[in-house]
Write a protein that binds this ligand. Structure first.
Ligand code: MLC
Length: 501
């Protein structure tokens, strides 16, 4: 399994640098193994047991990575949370997950102390200074390796994902899922021990945590980590340090491309530059070829599965396509109404099967059942078509999901926040095309009779309740919303009316 391969890499190549924070600490594979073992004993000493949920809301830092690996080593379910969640959102995740421990940034101590009494399952919140050396905190604990989970069924992580009609759900990812995923990517993308990855993604999502970080550690390679993404810094590093691998979302690629400002900058020495989490615009695909001499490799995944489809390492990387199934992945296009497979070139729902597909939603058997067909295919909710030569192309989303900068925004969550404003009598949240972000969140609001509110007031209200990336970038006031005969808001009509404005 993934953790066994990592342990083997630590044994075989102890002196090699595994992780290097840019401008910060470097960690060899031997140090990674030792501090992770000490952290695992520390977590056990706190009282964490297999199956318990340990939530971590920290910036991108070494303590996050040690806690992640150590929790998984002792069978604890690791629950990473976006550091940008305001207390109201954080509270929901902790309560729903029944998290037993929370590791949080010291800066959030006052807000968290206030919410603790309303979270009966939460035994303790432990505050971490992400700048302080983590090794000192765990130095008193044994460095003896713990015995790793043996069952591929055992839960490794819980990642929250929303539905377009419900509150966020915890997707349970097993050790077997992680292993299947990373093996497939290792084979498909030719990961090598001499790879160097410039890691610029956040690590609380499957993209940055599993695809990028696990990818490098599984290969015994070296990852250089940027705490945040700054296009000028990233482009400078790519050029000067000649990394072999980089992974990003289209917004990052757009910023790198803009940063080049039309100058030709040769990055063709890079072995692999991937794009995912949202559709890669065609002009960016061609722009990268022209400016950087790089053909971006686009792939398709989701929280519930990790990676599913990918353009090839060798062979045609087709513009607009997300490629073919990864090794061990089955993918098909089916009629969403009947779940029957459709012929090539016909648009239907992308459905996925394989050892990498998650174990279900935490305490939501009905939602889990709805997510799968009777014969075990995961309904992704994404629309697509398969060409006769096996390349898949995404054709939009079956639901009203918005993707902004590679992050999923679920309109009901934003609508719920808007409806809590006294002046709002009805609202609808839509995604409008945006050159930098892919889509931007737009709120269309009908005010209650006699009520008054302005866009800034509405946004200030939302800021208290929503992470910044979910905030409506535009607020439009309307006399009414277009509705069908059943009274349901017609979002497609609304997009047609409002997105051009
Ligand atoms: C930040 N902001 C966003 C945003 N990210 N707004 C909308 N959408 C986003 N994605 C907000 C900031 O909070 C700030 O708000 C304002 O926009 C400008 O911030 P910025 O400094 O320009 O943004 P930055 O911090 O540089 O972040 C941009 C980004 C980041 C693209 C680097 O969004 C990012 O790391 N995206 C990657 C997400 C990711 O890893 N997705 C993978 C999901 S897994 P204010 O109000 O303070 O001005 C998945 C499966 C798969 O989807 O297949 O991979």
């Amino acid at each position: 399994m993934f953790l066994d391969t990592l342990a083997e890499n630590c044994r075989v190549n102890p002196q090699k640098i595994a992780l290097q924070f840019i401008g910060g600490e470097a960690v060899s594979y031997a140090q990674l193994a030792e501090t992770t073992s000490r952290s695992a004993h520390y977590l056990r000493a706190l009282g964490l047991k297999p199956g318990d949920r340990a939530a971590v809301q920290l910036p991108k830092c070494l303590p996050f990575i040690y806690l992640h690996l150590a929790a998984m080593q002792i069978g604890v379910v690791f629950l990473p949370l976006n550091p940008g969640y305001p207390p109201a959102e954080l509270r929901y995740f902790l309560a729903d997950a029944g998290a037993r421990f929370l590791f949080a940034d010291k800066a959030n101590q006052p807000a968290l102390a206030e919410m603790m009494p309303s979270l009966p399952a939460l035994q303790e919140a432990i505050f971490v200074d992400s700048e302080a050396p983590w090794g000192e905190r765990v130095s008193g604990y044994s460095a003896q390796p713990v015995s790793l989970p043996k069952s591929s069924e055992q839960r490794a992580m819980m990642l929250y994902t929303s539905g377009t009609t419900s509150r966020p759900k915890g997707a349970l990812i097993t050790h077997g899922n992680l292993t299947a995923n990373i093996k497939a990517l290792h084979e498909a993308w030719g990961w090598r021990a001499d790879d160097t990855l410039l890691h610029a993604l956040p690590i609380f999502h499957v993209h940055g945590l599993v695809v990028a970080l696990h990818g490098a550690l599984h290969a015994g390679a070296t990852a250089h980590l940027l705490p945040g993404f700054d296009a000028a810094e990233a482009l400078g590093l790519l050029q000067s340090r000649r990394y072999s691998v980089f992974m990003g979302v289209p917004t990052m690629h757009r910023r790198l491309y803009t940063q080049a400002a039309g100058r030709r900058i040769d990055l063709s020495f890079m072995r692999l530059m991937t794009s995912g989490s949202d559709r890669l615009p065609d002009d960016l695909f061609f722009g990268y070829q022209r400016i950087f001499g790089v053909t971006l490799l686009e792939r398709y995944g989701m929280t519930e599965t990790g990676m599913n489809l990918s353009n090839p390492l060798h062979g045609e990387r087709r513009v607009g396509s997300v490629g073919a199934p990864l090794p061990g992945v089955q993918a098909r296009i089916a009629d969403p109404a009947t779940d029957l497979p459709l012929p090539d070139d016909v648009v239907g729902e992308v459905q996925i099967r394989g050892a990498h597909v998650f174990a279900g939603y935490w305490q939501q058997p009905e939602k889990t059942a709805q997510a799968f067909t009777d014969d075990g295919w995961l309904r992704t909710g994404d629309l697509g078509a398969r060409a006769p030569d096996g390349y898949f192309t995404l054709k939009g989303r079956g639901k009203d999901l918005i993707i902004s900068g590679g992050l999923n925004v679920y309109p009901p969550e934003v609508e719920l926040a808007l409806m809590a404003h006294m002046a709002v009598s009805a609202c609808a949240v839509i995604g409008c095309p945006d050159a930098e972000w892919g889509e931007q969140v737009v709120a269309v609001i009908v005010l209650a009779p006699g009520a008054a509110a302005d866009a800034e007031g509405i946004r200030a209200h939302c800021r208290q309740r929503l992470a910044a990336y979910k905030m409506p970038r535009r607020v439009i006031f309307a006399a009414e919303l277009p509705r069908n005969a059943l009274g349901k808001v017609q979002k497609a009509v609304l997009r047609g009316q409002m997105c051009e404005q």
